[in-house]
Design a binder for this molecule. Structure first.
Ligand code: GLN
Length: 470
């Protein structure tokens, strides 16, 4: 069993382990393994790593060290670090160097973490397999013929193969939880507004959240504590008074299961068996399993694939070949705009810009976009109601285990359907976690997803730790 952050922290504090040795040992693993897996798009500059190492040592010396001091961490390549490349795995930003730090980066730097490398992802976080990366796929550490999941596949895979203890990803419709489940690690999507989006490349602004990956619920919780909190730079950031009453309300030990929603065509038999066995274990350890119905849950995927592309189409308008990124000349400025965007964006990104522009166009705005927002509001109310009766909602994280590289690339709809269980949390803005729950006959990991009420990450941590022990 790999050491937890708290264990590493104790060793660093007592001096039985040095920051230099710790960083070198992880770099060694990366050098050995990343050629094959391709979880990373690049290392951060030596000067950044060196300055953070110096800072970490000072913090240990003067007694200000946090649990992340001296700990190497990888960031998804849509999170900005001043003076470092940030590509969003897109050709259009291939040589882009960030001009400021994301708020999560400021917090990690202050905590003394060692920012080590940039993780591969689907281009601008659109996808569920990292196959949409402009720089090649990330392979699954458990089976090199399978995908690592996505869009934060690199962040999940690097933790899975032991290249760093923890990493950050972003989740718009499942991009932390699904790769976590495919790679056998823990991944947390936080409450919308709990972690600042300042310095995260925007995909769907009303859905995006940054969150941690780790080997245990405890490690993920430690990172969460450092990166979450109010930020004046993000207008959707929750103020301290808007956060839940954490750790004060007792949990009821009731787990809600939307059976009709889970038992559907297209869900893998082994996934269902594993899910039912997991529930059985929870029951034996004292949890009440309660069947629930959430009327509009079925519609979450459709709502997501209307709202998300609408936001994508407006957010990505900024990549115009003029202000930053790849620039292709044209006879007129409008030609240059088209040339740059055609050369710079991959197929999936273009598809979503088209879909989004369509649903926002006059005449369709009411038919699609407004209707999706109405259903979103209804679903949000239904969730509020359900959480009066249950602590969490449990589902498998993904309807299938990691699929083969190339298996779904020709069929975007099949890829979208794999998001069925993860998108509701983003639509509603509540926190959700994926925790490893065993392996298929062929040795591929399963993930169990727990979703809690708004700002109740504490409930996820309590139940998550109980579940891990089983
Ligand atoms: N797979 C989903 C999509 O393609 C989720 C992406 C994400 O969460 N960034 O949109």
């Amino acid at each position: 069993m790999q050491k937890t952050l708290k264990q590493l922290h104790e060793e660093l504090k007592s001096g039985t382990l040095t920051v230099d040795d710790l960083v070198s040992s992880y770099k060694k693993v990366i050098n050995e393994k990343d050629g094959e897996i391709h979880a990373l798009l690049g290392m951060y500059s030596d000067s950044l790593v060196a300055s953070q190492i110096t800072k970490a040592k000072e913090m240990f010396a003067n007694g200000t060290a946090t649990v992340l001091t001296g700990i190497p961490i990888v960031l998804k390549d849509n999170i900005l670090v001043k003076g470092e490349y940030a590509t969003g795995a897109s050709k259009i930003l291939e040589n882009y160097v960030a001009t400021y730090d994301a708020t999560v980066v400021t917090r990690l730097k202050e905590a003394g973490a060692i920012l080590l490398a940039r993780a591969n992802m689907d281009e601008f976080a659109m996808g569920g397999s990292t196959e949409n990366s402009a720089f090649g796929v990330t392979k699954n550490p458990y089976d090199l013929t399978k995908v690592s999941g996505g869009s934060s596949g690199g962040s999940a895979a690097v933790v899975a193969y032991g290249g760093v203890p923890v990493s950050l990803g972003s989740d718009t419709g499942g991009s932390i939880r699904q790769p976590a489940s495919f790679c056998g690690v823990v991944g947390l999507k936080t409450t919308y507004g709990d972690v600042s989006r300042y310095g995260l490349m925007a995909m769907g602004s009303s859905l995006d959240q940054i969150g941690p990956f780790g080997k245990s619920v405890e490690d993920v919780e430690e990172v969460y504590k450092i990166i979450s909190g109010y930020d004046v730079h993000d207008s959707t950031s929750l103020k301290d008074g808007e956060r839940g009453i954490k750790n004060e309300e007792q949990i009821k030990k009731v787990i809600g299961v939307p059976r009709d929603f889970i038992n559907r065509d297209g869900i893998d038999k082994e996934v269902i068996t594993n899910f039912n066995e997991s529930l059985e274990k929870l029951k034996k350890s004292g949890y009440l399993i309660k069947d629930i119905t959430i009327p509009n849950l079925e519609k979450a995927l459709s709502v997501y694939y209307i709202i998300m592309p609408a936001e994508v189409s407006s957010n990505l308008a900024r990549y115009d070949g003029i202000r930053y990124g790849l620039s292709r000349g044209g006879e007129t400025s409008i030609r240059s705009y088209f040339e740059s965007r055609t050369a710079g964006f991959g197929e999936e990104v273009r598809r979503r810009i088209l879909l989004g522009t369509y649903v926002l166009s006059s005449g369709y705005y009411d038919a699609y976009y407004n209707k999706a927002n109405i259903v979103r509001a209804m679903l949000t109310e239904e969730f509020v109601k359900i959480f009066k009766d249950v602590d969490v909602i449990a589902t498998p994280t993904s309807p299938v285990p990691a699929f083969g590289i190339g298996e779904k690339t020709k069929d975007p709809l099949a890829m979208y359907l794999a998001d069925i269980f993860t998108v509701p949390a983003n639509i509603v803005g509540v926190p959700a976690i994926s925790i490893p729950s065993g392996k298929t006959e062929k040795g591929l990991p399963f993930g169990m997803q727990f979703t809690a009420a708004h700002t109740r990450e504490d409930v996820l941590f309590t139940i998550g730790k109980d579940f891990e022990k089983l």
